[in-house]
Design a protein around this ligand. Sequence first.
Ligand code: SF4
Length: 481
Amino acid sequence: MAGGDPVSDELACLECDKAKDECGVFGIYGPGKNVSRITYFGLHALQHRGEESSGVAVAGGKIEVHKGMGLVTEVFDDDILNRLQGDIGIGHVRYSMKSNSVINAQPQVFRYPWGMVALAYNGNLTNSTDLMEDLSRKGVIFQSISNTEIMANLLARHYEGDIEEALRKVTCEIQGAYSLVVMTQNKLIGLRDPFGIRPLCLGDLDGSFVLASESCALNTVGAEFIRNISPGEMVAIDGGGLKSTSLTNNNRQAPCVFEYVYLARPDSTIDDINVNIARFGFGKQLAQENKVDADVVVGVPYSGTTAALGYAQERGLPFMEGLIKNRYVGRTFIQPSQKLRDLRVRLKLNPVKEILEGKSIVMVDDSIVRGTTSRKIVKMVREAGARKVHFVVSCPPIAHPCYYGIKTTSRDELIASRRNVEEIRHHIGADSLYYLSLRGMLEVLDLPEEKVCAACFTGKYPIDVSGCRACDNKSFSEKGC
Ligand code: SF4
């Protein structure tokens, strides 16, 4: 299909042709500290996990919340943060392509006869449709399409005076990926699903416990990393300290490998593996697996840069910044003409003619989702005078959708679900195309396949997704956190 997918192309942009993490969470139990401001800074560090809405809730007697659509810096200002006073705080950043309503923004606060509770989570419940239908039959009316509301309703049904016990019972009913922070009026709770699909870690900020999706948020607020929350572990933090409970005897752990490819910030360490080091290793491994004849290695900024450095080092080739990303371009709107749409890509990425002209280039990117951006990049590099463009990708082909909280677009739109590597090469217009093998990726991570989730590459889902598949492209894509 030489002309590509016109509809997808129309909408393609540098951001929307990438997988999207759907949320980041943060929490602090910090009496005497400015918890709203600390949570704000924590969310700032997690902004890459969700740009659509941001929210902070604090507990100081009662629970107060402020949330809105937009980046953390757009939703909060000094006055708002000064108003949010308390001893405990949780925060959330969210991404979702479709349910772009503030009603789905988190944290969500619920009033029960026994007190208030705020919840925020990262992930997706794979049995949410069944749970929602079941609860609806029992008379529950939902205000949002967020899984958080499902969990809040289950919490109400199971609460008999002990929030931790109620949460334990909730985890017996929910299935899927979830890293959850829960705040009552006097307690902070963190919980990771039995497979540990989405990350969650624990830190210490001058004697106060902090929870965060990624360790970069701990670093940002000045907290010391203590450890990862284990799959199936619940930690409850209050004036008496921290209590850890294992809620599972599940032996099959499945942390998401795509966190290392693209989703997580490079300065984060997830489950004891530093993301930047993993990406460098992916690039080296890629160079061992695919040796192409080239003059220079160029990374697609910024997520392809570290793998490009690894590739260049392994091959003894120069790494050059042949594509420059404009750091100051925010969201751009769908433009009415092709010429303006092309200009939009140029606003974000600009090729350096002096580096590319007459050269055989190895272009390294972290992943290909729909292929639309890769094709634009190849075209741009050729127009800048590149003699050859060899496209190498630091993960295997993404051929299956994610049902665990990452929006990789629908199966039909995933180019690798319907085309082989040669067809994709032809589609993006490269001289050659190579992907990192799954075996190579797992070797770099030093993890066996049965200890990770790699389902978007293999189609082998560690948690049953039949409920999600039944509503594929409909309600699923609007759910998640
Ligand atoms: S399907 Fe892919 S993106 Fe989703 S959790 Fe598994 S590895 Fe991560």
